[in-house]
Design a protein around this ligand. Structure first.
Ligand SMILES: Nc1ncnc2c1ncn2[C@@H]1O[C@H](COP(=O)(O)OP(=O)(O)OP(=O)(O)O)[C@@H](O)[C@H]1O
Length: 626
């Protein structure tokens, strides 16, 4: 998988080809018909290439340059790889231990690393060689020591982001030893970074080892590596430039090849670091529609989505997470998007605002039209105006979307001023009005509070107030009550309904909860494995499903007032985005599936007035039989 991913990047593939050739050459050195690299024959000294004395001629002592090059390459590669391995293991171990134990352990280790980093890099390597004495092994140690701080710092930084995670706490509670937690929980999460750091540093380390040999501190005669060959060649640079050119070219090719390969590996293991893209996702999801589609005009539609297909670039290629999603939402209407975890609800909702992270997300087809304007064709500047004013988004967990360092009143005021309120006093008044509108008590106190001083329900109301700041025509709420307790959930849902009817906004409400959708939405779209499998008026769809998946979802939902109703869980799991079956994606879990279901994709077809289902057996679907 990794090799295929690398081969898809032309520069990385070139790097891989160069490095593989050089490594194979070095490994094959004992098998190649080459003369002894140390055999001096003064009678044929400084012969030029292709003069009958070896393909690359001879050096000052009459030794075969090609043979010395191949053997020198072998030494340089071995020493560079050993130094990289040592720096990787020691530096990563220091970083992991410092991050995991924190406190004084971290303090002592990091101060020691700071001291090492305070020395100019080459000076540190020279000091180590001076202390240990010249020689290739000591040069490798010196280069490793000089590189340990880079690994320690990088790995500590990444590990710090992991040690506070819930799954590490869960491992502690499960009684795992510190060593097991480090090895099984933390190390795998920072391993891609370690591999990337090693891959991007090895070329540099080989170059540095060659540098020490060039200065006479590495390889000692008769042993030679590329650096010492270069030093030898330098003495005859004007009379026989080939002696220096051969090792110089080999070092150049090796460093360039390793860097291209390292960059390719980095892009593969962490696409967010892809060169030229920066660490943050783009301001808007990339759109790569094959042939420019015309925005579907709809007089009445506040939001029309047609054929929306969003894919993710993964190491195994581009896979659609949401495919061919279509629906229309009239002004003031409400649509629920329902489905299991991973069914594509959030990706659909985010794609409407072009908020799905790019990379790795790409909208590859479809139209999203807000009051007739194609969002997918809008430039980023226009998109900024559309977001908030035409369409607003309420996220599932407001604690991750509110700025922890800013009082919430200021955050709401910022949202207001982003949509045109002129004077500061006006934005403050408007922020206060919004705080009242979302029924938060004591607006002045709330306005000056920081997010951590509010309860989950209060934070979600702040999130809703910010979404309302631009008076949007369409409000998208992505599981806005999932993180709340039942009572708070009920009041926040009521608030949504009240605000919607008061403002006349349309609502797209994402939830896995059948009863919430039932209470909030006039229409429902049921999603499975990235596709809408059933769509229609909520009451009709939930009481008389026409797709086996809807029927099974309803059957496994507890109902208020029906404590004795047996719940019927759906066995199995939805397919991953890179493992969808050829036919109906639900067929492997469906009790009604027959051969044609598995043979080819099933279309979403009208099944009654105003209703559609993606099932060839829709007439046989009932709550009992599916
Ligand atoms: N950044 C990503 N890279 C690759 N695949 C992704 C990415 N984000 C989402 N997916 C995939 O897209 C599919 C749809 O995910 P989505 O988040 O829309 O599901 P969901 O129905 O909203 O689930 P949940 O209720 O758990 O949020 C999933 O299979 C998921 O694995």
């Amino acid at each position: 998988m990794t090799a295929r991913g690398l081969l898809r990047q032309p520069l990385a593939a070139t790097g891989l080809a160069v490095v593989a050739t050089l490594v194979l050459l070095a490994l094959a050195a004992p098998l190649l018909p080459l003369p002894d690299p140390d055999l001096a024959e003064p009678a044929r000294r400084l012969q030029p290439p292709l003069s009958g004395f070896g393909a690359l001629g001879t050096d000052q002592l009459g030794r075969d340059v090609l043979s010395r090059l191949v053997w020198g390459l072998r030494v340089s590669l071995a020493v560079g790889a050993a130094a990289t391995l040592a720096a990787t293991v020691v530096g990563s171990a220091i970083g992991l231990v410092a991050a995991f134990y924190g406190r004084w352990v971290d303090g002592v280790m990091m101060r020691a690393i700071d001291v090492l980093m305070a020395f100019p890099y080459l000076l540190l390597a020279l000091a180590v060689v001076a202390a240990l004495g010249p020689g290739l092994a000591n040069a490798a140690i010196a280069i490793a020591v000089a590189n340990v701080p880079f690994f320690a710092r990088a790995v500590r930084g990444a590990a710090l982001g992991v040690v506070g995670r819930d799954y590490v706490d869960a491992a502690r509670i499960a009684g795992l030893s510190d060593r097991s937690i480090l090895v099984t929980e933390i190390l795998p999460n920072v391993l891609p970074l370690i591999v990337v750091t090693a891959a991007t540093t090895i070329g540099w380390m080989i170059l540095e080892t060659a540098g020490l040999s060039f200065l006479g501190l590495g390889a000692q005669p008769p042993q030679s590596d590329l650096g010492s060959m270069l030093a030898d060649g330098r003495k005859a640079l004007t009379t026989a430039p080939h002696v220096a050119a051969a090792p110089g070219l080999a070092i150049f090719l090796l460093a360039v090849g390793l860097n291209l390969l390292g960059d390719g590996l980095r892009d593969l293991l962490d696409p967010r670091l892809d060169a030229g893209r920066g660490g943050a996702p783009a301001a808007a999801t990339d759109v790569e529609r094959g042939d420019a589609r015309e925005a579907e005009q709809s007089g009445e539609g506040a939001l029309v989505v047609a054929g929306l297909t969003t894919a993710f670039d993964t190491p195994s290629g581009r896979h659609a997470a949401v495919r061919d999603v279509s629906f229309a939402l009239p002004r003031g209407g409400s649509l629920g998007i329902m489905g299991e975890s991973g069914s594509g609800k959030s990706v659909t909702a985010l794609s409407i605002c072009r908020l799905a992270a790019s990379p790795p997300g790409v909208i590859v087809d479809g139209v999203v039209s807000l009051a007739g304007e194609d969002v997918l064709a809008a430039p980023v500047e226009r998109l900024r105006e559309i977001r908030g004013a035409r369409v607003a988004y309420v996220f599932q967990d407001p604690s991750t979307t509110l700025n922890p360092l800013m009082p919430v009143g200021r955050q709401i005021a910022e949202a207001v001023s982003a949509h045109g309120a002129a004077r500061r006093a006006e934005t403050v008044d408007e922020a206060r009005r919004l705080i009242e509108a979302v029924e938060l008590p004591d607006p002045d106190r709330i306005a000056s509070a920081y997010p951590h001083e509010l309860s989950g329900g209060q934070r979600q109301r702040v999130g809703i107030a910010m979404a309302l700041a631009g008076e949007p025509d369409v409000l998208i709420a992505d599981e806005p009550t999932t993180a709340l307790d039942a009572t708070t959930q009920a009041t926040v849902l009521r608030l949504f309904s009240d605000l919607r009817s008061r403002l006349g906004a349309s609502l797209v409400f994402v939830s896995h909860d059948v009863s919430v959708i039932e209470a909030m939405c006039e229409r429902v779209a049921v999603m499975y494995a990235g596709e809408i499998v059933e769509e229609g008026p909520t009451a009709a769809v939930l009481s008389e499903p026409r797709h086996p998946y809807t029927a099974r979802l309803v059957a496994c939902t507890p109902r208020l007032g029906e404590p004795d109703r047996a719940l019927d869980p759906i066995e199995g799991a939805p397919p991953p985005i890179d493992g969808r079956p050829k036919g109906c994606a639900f067929a492997p879990r469906c009790r009604l599936a027959i051969d044609p279901c598995r043979a080819a994709p099933i279309r979403l077809e009208p099944v009654a007035d105003d209703r559609a289902a993606r099932c060839i057996r829709w007439e046989d679907v009932s709550l009992g039989r599916a």
